[in-house]
Design a binder for this molecule. Structure first.
Ligand SMILES: Cc1cc2nc3c(=O)[nH]c(=O)nc-3n(C[C@H](O)[C@H](O)[C@H](O)COP(=O)(O)OP(=O)(O)OC[C@H]3O[C@@H](n4cnc5c(N)ncnc54)[C@H](O)[C@@H]3O)c2cc1C
Length: 496
């Protein structure tokens, strides 16, 4: 017979978002259980490139988790050792170097994850490991989950279920959102599978320190994929690759092996071991803007499950932390108020889009991803070769911004300079890219920038209460259509 457990807040997932949610809800006085399918000693052993910027910044990592104490442990590797981003296109002989003014870190994600779990425990949440959530209980509202713990069935009842089960959360397949609300319209947005990517990483060791020990390195691949080399230490490198799920499937480990085999900067690299096996992991990643609404009656989503994460620009970990904090905070407030309706949980959406605003910034920058996805990889490589470094920085989302006419002039001059260099070296002929193609891409970048600003203005006005949501969403959908028309996208390329 199934055992039963009663809590106020049930958090599914022991990743970044789950730890921030469970810790915050517990610190806010709620009775919390955190459920994680892995055993305790493997908690935090998660596929990631491990690049993390400003982990001590309380604006990016709010809440009761003591990030300073975690970062002070040398094993976590928050050593600010990264001060460059590099873009290598070996075939085109391009090596672009962008300074990373504030420094970044490539952490040991496992050590970091173990500390996060410790903090959750210290803040008073119960933690059930080896616990796999199999079903969601709902009756007008989400009211718990069915799980198997150490092989035995357990029913967890909760006033609020926090979904931090990662990108492509299984909970979202199980919940009937339409049945949760007696009203006609559902605010929660269920993502489409084309909004995700598959990613895979290995931790490799080299005998000699690598030359790029202070840089995170990206390289282009076919089908809009990319490879990264992120050095944790001069001889320990997180190498990985990712592809969008909208393209045909690529065998990730084989493709990574092929890249590393021909990469002169990684001679003699061998896969490191963890838990007595090669340190290799894969997972899906959300490659879309944050969900329009992340709440439903008795339910809040955060992290990869709410797409508040943008791994390509190094905002995956922090987006999970921030949204986990918000989900835990608003779940606890709703419990204390005795009202776990969608209206009562709406503060989570509003915090993410307006009060904090990170979700609005992610949503507006997604305009660049939409524009890039509409171009061929050859064109994108040509543009990466062509663009001056300042412009690339503004697009990849490092701190520098193109501000005002002075910057735009320098962008134009830089583009012209690079264009002449690459024109002479025959880069564009090699790629089969004409001047007209390039002009079209620049037009696309300009259009993307215009619409990114429009999206930001619209998301900044995200409604404070559920009542205003549906009109807001209609207006946003119109903005989407106008943008797709401006980019001349066919129906198959329209992302949302
Ligand atoms: C290969 C790769 C490279 C990346 N590189 C970077 C990077 O360099 N920098 C960056 O900032 N971001 C990066 N990201 C993104 C970042 O890792 C994610 O945004 C972040 O981990 C999301 O955290 P999360 O807590 O939402 O989900 P996850 O970290 O996926 O955690 C979800 C947890 O839920 C558990 N779970 C799932 N289903 C169940 C279930 N049914 N029952 C019980 N438990 C369950 C899982 O075991 C897991 O522990 C990368 C992602 C990938 C896949």
């Amino acid at each position: 017979m199934s055992q039963t457990a009663e809590y106020e807040v049930v958090v599914v997932g022991g990743g970044i978002a789950g730890c921030f949610a469970a810790a915050t809800a517990a610190a806010e006085g709620a009775e919390v259980v955190q459920l994680e399918r892995k055993p305790r000693e493997r908690g935090g052993f998660i596929a990631c490139g491990d690049a993390i910027k400003s982990p001590r910044d309380p604006e990016k990592y709010p809440g009761p988790i003591d990030m300073d104490a975690i970062c002070d442990d040398e094993a976590v590797l928050v050593d600010r050792s990264i001060d460059q981003i590099e873009w290598w296109d070996r075939e085109l002989d391009v090596q672009m170097v962008l300074p990373y003014a504030d420094h970044s870190n490539v952490i040991d994600r496992y050590e970091f994850g173990q500390h996060l779990l410790d903090e959750v425990e210290e803040l008073g949440a119960d933690q059930h490991f080896d616990t796999v959530v199999k079903e969601v209980i709902q009756n007008g509202a989400v009211s718990g989950v069915e799980a198997v713990r150490d092989g035995e069935p357990v029913t967890y009842h909760g006033d609020v279920v926090v979904d931090t089960a990662g990108a492509q959360s299984i909970l979202q397949d199980m919940i009937g959102y339409e049945e949760l609300s007696a009203r006609e319209e559902v605010s929660f947005e269920q993502p489409h599978y084309t909004h995700f990517g598959s990613a895979y990483r290995e931790v490799v060791e080299t005998e000699e320190p690598v030359e790029f020990e202070n840089a995170i390195v990206g390289k282009p691949l076919e089908q809009l994929g990319y490879v990264w080399y992120f050095p944790r230490t001069p001889t320990e490198i997180n190498v990985g690759l990712g592809f969008q799920m909208s393209q045909s499937p690529v065998p990730l480990a084989d493709r990574l092996g092929r890249d590393m085999h021909t990469e002169p900067a990684l001679p003699d690299a061998q896969v490191a071991e963890r838990f007595g096996s090669p340190n290799k992991l894969g997972s899906s990643i959300a490659l879309r803007r944050p969900l329009d609404s992340m709440v439903a009656p008795g339910y809040v989503a955060a992290g990869g499950a709410a797409a508040t994460t943008h791994p390509i620009s190094g905002k995956g970990i922090r987006g999970a932390a921030l949204s986990g904090y918000s989900a835990g905070f608003y779940a606890a407030q709703a419990v204390h108020a005795g009202d776990t309706s969608e209206e009562s949980l709406w503060g989570h959406n509003h915090y993410m889009f307006v009060q904090h605003g990170e979700a609005a910034r992610l949503a507006s920058r997604d305009a660049y991803n939409v524009a890039a996805s509409s171009q061929s990889i050859s064109l994108l490589r040509a543009v990466a070769a062509l663009l001056p470094e300042e412009e690339v920085k503004s697009i990849v989302g490092t701190k520098s911004k193109v501000n005002g006419i002075g910057d735009l002039v320098s962008v134009a001059v830089g583009a012209a300079r690079n264009f002449i260099d690459h024109y002479r070296s025959g880069t564009f002929d090699d790629l089969g890219v004409s001047n007209n193609d390039l002009y079209e891409v620049f037009r696309g970048v300009r259009t993307a920038r215009t619409y990114a600003n429009r999206y930001e203005t619209h998301y900044d006005a995200y409604p404070e209460i559920r009542g205003g949501f549906f009109n807001w969403r209609d207006d946003r959908d119109q903005l989407d259509s106008a943008y797709y028309d401006a980019l001349e996208l066919g129906s198959a390329d329209r992302k949302y």
